[in-house]
Design a protein around this ligand. Structure first.
Ligand code: ADP
Ligand code: MG
Length: 610
């Protein structure tokens, strides 16, 4: 069976896909039964490109043309990577592709590729095994920021995929274990992979997961365990690891990883490496307890990170209801033991830890394509967020159920001449008017230079980060003045309250809409009258008596409609007023144009005042 949509775990060391078959998620395997595709690409001067196990095998003989760990480069700048460059064996360059926009490139031999392109090659290999589906959900670590998520999305697009959603790895893992069906709870996800570690604390209510906190170390994982074994063997073999011999180093690392993996099931394993052409033949028993001593400092460090994550989430260990193990390195019995001890409960280990993220992504993909009946919402903004505009109307910038992180911007302007400050009032809720929504926070953007009404350009930006934190910022473009505030949007609302607010908005939708429309028309009418009055004072004398009479009459009608509450009447009288004042507007326009043509200023006439 060929699925049309897959969930993809695009990992630092391994990637894989899964899909839902007969209601159950299954991972995609190749002919030999392997699910994991090494996230490795190998380039050759003759133009050949290998991806996956073939590339990894080639790494032995040609490490310089082989790329590992592209994920670390996604959405990063050269400045972000300064500290990490020593770990990256390839040359990384930054190119300015257009003014102000720079893009990273990895140089391999004569070729250069962006991290997005490289990740796309891995994605292509993964979906090829699944029979080339066109739609996918791709997972990213919870700590990935906006740019890193966007880069991942772009990689999907380059690979020809319609990326339905980018979701958090820990959320996917919790989903794979069916934890969403529990109504409420706190889940700790411990993810120890090949090169990275992270611990995320999720809260679950009514099937909605939220990342409360995440902490980790982007250089802690299985590679460290391989290295301790490599160092042990090298020392006993009398090999100096600092002499640059990438081929030998790669052989040693491979042997070390095999030994490590075998130790997850056997109590004692032979570390063996034979390279006759170099005169190397080494054999040595490694016991599990010896290995545990070697890796203990790393496990300790990971647990320290868990402690920090709990602290950030404001929780004690005993408040965690479920612990989920993710990542190939959690197959190590000692890791399971220590994590269980730390949280004081048995972690979930029934699913393959290196497949669980892809399985959860597959479930999410299935839900998004409408195949599952269950309505599951993941990492979403529970209620719409917006700001108050003139007359107590809420202008929604971010809509309920948008996946986090998300960002939205709208441009506003000033309403009166020489207005030097704008109050930004932030509201949450589904209704149209501020009085029916909840005030989350407010701040003032001041220091706007005096200018005519409608001239200022204030860009208000809402950003909800992966943890659900809302930051609102405002910037006046002409002066560069800016201000911002951070607020916690969902604070204090129970799922029932959220549900009620949603139902309320449906019940009142029609009347709310009418009220909102009335307020908007009223704002426009008042502004139009103000402008017409100004114009009239300057050019009214040039109008005919009939034209003046029409303006007076339509203004009277408009004022009457403003005192009423009929939206349609207001709409019609406002249009009639516009028609009546048209000659006035034209006259002023002509005066300005003529004056400009004659090279003089339009004495007393000012087009802006229209
Ligand atoms: P990623 O970092 O891409 O998320 P994985 O979660 O697949 O990677 O983890 C890969 C790591 O898991 C590698 O370091 C690999 O050696 C290690 N690993 C895989 N299987 C085992 C095992 N049985 N015992 C110990 N380590 C393992
Ligand atoms: Mg992983």
């Amino acid at each position: 069976m060929t699925p049309s949509v897959v969930g993809i775990d695009l990992g630092t060391t391994f990637s894989l896909a899964a899909y839902v078959q007969n209601g159950k998620p299954v991972v995609v395997r190749d002919g030999s039964g392997a699910a994991l595709v090494p996230s490795v690409i190998s380039f050759h001067d003759d133009g050949e490109v290998l991806v996956g196990s073939a590339a990894r095998a080639r790494a032995l003989s040609d490490p310089e043309h082989t790329i590992f760990s592209v994920k670390r480069l996604m959405g990063r700048t050269l400045a972000d990577l300064q500290k990490e460059l020593k770990h990256i064996p390839h040359q990384i360059v930054e190119r300015e592709v257009e003014a102000g926009r720079k893009v990273l490139h990895v140089r391999i031999g004569k070729r250069e590729h962006t991290p997005e392109e490289l990740s796309a090659m891995i994605l292509k290999e993964v979906v090829k095994r699944a029979g080339n589906p066109t739609k996918a959900v791709i997972t990213v670590p919870a700590y990935f920021d906006d740019t890193q998520r966007q880069a991942t999305r772009d990689a999907g697009r380059i690979a020809g995929l319609d990326v339905l959603r980018i979701i958090n790895e820990p959320t996917a893992a919790a989903l794979a274990y069916g934890l969403a069906s529990k109504q409420i709870g706190t889940v700790a996800v411990y993810d120890l992979g090949g090169g990275t570690f992270d611990c995320s604390i999720l809260s679950l209510s009514e099937g909605v997961f939220k990342v409360l906190a995440t902490n980790g170390d982007t250089y802690l994982g299985g590679d460290d365990f391989d290295r301790t074994l490599t160092e042990l063997a090298a020392k006993e073999m009398g090999i100096d690891l600092s002499t640059r011999d990438p081929e030998l180093l790669q052989y040693l690392r491979d042997a070390a990883e095999r030994t490590k993996i075998a130790l997850s099931t056997a109590k004692s394993v032979e570390f063996a490496i034979t390279l006759p052409e170099r005169g190397i033949s080494f054999r040595r028993q490694v016991t599990r307890s010896e290995f545990e001593k070697l890796i203990d400092p790393y496990i300790q460090r990971s647990l320290d990170k868990c402690r920090s994550a709990l602290k950030d989430a404001g929780l004690r260990k005993d408040q965690v209801d479920e612990v989920v193990m993710v990542g190939g390195s959690t197959r190590i019995p000692y890791v399971r033991e220590r994590v269980g001890e730390f949280f004081g409960k048995k972690p979930h280990t029934d699913l393959n830890p290196d497949e669980v993220v892809a399985l959860g992504a597959a479930l999410q993909a299935d839900i998004l394509t409408g195949n599952s009946r269950g309505m599951l919402l993941l990492d979403v903004v529970p209620l719409s967020l917006g700001i108050e505009t003139l007359g107590g109307v809420v202008d929604k910038l971010i809509h309920r159920n948008s996946t986090v992180p998300c960002r939205a911007s709208t441009r506003y302007t000033t309403f009166v001449d020489n207005q030097t400050a704008i109050n930004i009032n932030i509201y949450q809720g589904e209704r149209e008017l501020t009085k029916d929504c909840r005030l989350l926070g407010q701040f003032k953007l001041s220091g706007i230079p005096p200018m005519p009404a409608q001239m200022a350009q204030v860009d208000v930006t809402f950003l909800v980060d992966a943890n659900g934190m809302l930051t609102v910022s405002a910037k006046e473009n002409r002066s560069g003045q800016q201000a911002s505030v951070a607020v916690q949007p969902s604070h204090g609302l129970s799922p029932d309250e959220v549900e009620n607010l949603v139902l309320d908005s449906v019940k009142h939708a029609r009347e709310d809409f009418a009220t909102r429309r009335f307020i908007e028309l009223k704002n426009k009418a008042e502004a139009d009258m103000r402008h017409a009055d100004k114009a009239f004072a300057r050019a009214g004398d040039y109008l005919s008596a009939e034209q003046r009479g029409q303006i007076d009459a339509s203004r009277g009608n408009l004022e009457a409609a403003l005192n009423g509450s009929d939206v349609d009447a207001l709409h019609h009288t406002l249009e009639a007023f516009g028609t009546a004042t048209l000659p006035l507007a034209e006259m002023l326009m002509n005066a300005v144009v003529n004056a400009t043509l004659k090279g003089k200023g339009a004495e007393g006439l000012d087009a802006n005042s229209l």
